[in-house]
Design a binder for this molecule. Structure first.
Ligand SMILES: Cc1cc2nc3c(=O)[nH]c(=O)nc-3n(C[C@H](O)[C@H](O)[C@H](O)COP(=O)(O)O)c2cc1C
Length: 211
């Protein structure tokens, strides 16, 4: 019988994985991860989070090309403005922390529905409050991503959430051919081929206080 993994073990063991074995995880496992993501709470049960599997090599190539163009645009602007070398190094480094996604066996994009109407948005549209921000959507996609990656961890799959590519890619929704979503991140998934070294976490007392 499979060993039961405790919640603590899952949470403590999970690390971002950027190097994967070549095998593709079974689609059934991915559907289990999506199901976990679909179970999370959302404002008025609006369930605004959507996942796209980026399977098409044509789309992957266009994302890659667009990302390289985006990096060049940043380098050119930096040069025009005589910007610091430090920024150039950051761009190079974040590009590296983006490009590995093209070597992952599975690549997903996750987004939130543009048309979601929660309580605060309804009040905003009726002119009763001055501001509508995307807090609800930010929180909900975070919950969904956590459920998605932890279910993957339980199944023995590694993953990494990426937002850096979206700094380089100018029109991700166009390239993916979707109009109804705001893409918020990309996610790689696969069988881990690395064991990241230890990482420092803040203590309970650094992230918790009573007011
Ligand atoms: C919203 C978000 C965006 C991230 N973007 C990237 C990214 O673009 N590239 C990358 O390599 N890692 C990215 N990460 C992974 C973080 O670097 C990683 O979670 C952090 O360093 C802690 O390491 P751990 O996940 O192994 O615990 C992102 C994580 C989050 C939550």
């Amino acid at each position: 019988m499979d060993r039961i993994i405790s919640f603590d073990e899952l949470v403590n063991k999970r690390r971002s994985i950027r190097k994967y074995k070549t095998d593709t995880p079974p689609e059934q496992w991915i559907e289990m991860m999506i199901l976990s993501a679909a179970m999370v709470p959302s404002p008025s049960n609006t369930q605004p989070v959507r996942f796209l599997k980026v399977n098409s090599s044509g789309i992957r190539d266009r994302l890659h090309e667009n990302m390289a163009l985006g990096r060049q645009r940043l380098f050119d602007t930096l040069e025009e403005r005589n910007g610091p070398k430090r920024l150039k190094n950051w761009i190079t480094s974040y590009y590296r922390f983006s490009e590995f996604m093209f070597n992952a066996p599975l690549l997903f994009a996750a987004g939130t529905l543009k048309a979601t109407t929660g309580f605060s948005r309804k009040l905003f549209e009726a002119g009763l409050i001055e501001r509508y921000d995307r807090k609800d959507l930010d929180i909900t996609i975070g919950l969904a991503l956590q459920a998605f990656i932890l279910k993957g961890e339980e199944l023995g799959l590694g993953s990494c959430i990426l937002t850096a590519p979206l700094v380089f890619i100018s029109n991700v929704e166009n390239i993916l051919g979707i109009g109804d979503l705001d893409i918020r991140c990309l996610i790689t998934v696969g069988f881990p081929d690395e064991t990241p070294g230890p990482i420092q976490r803040k203590t309970v007392y650094e992230v918790y206080r009573t007011v």
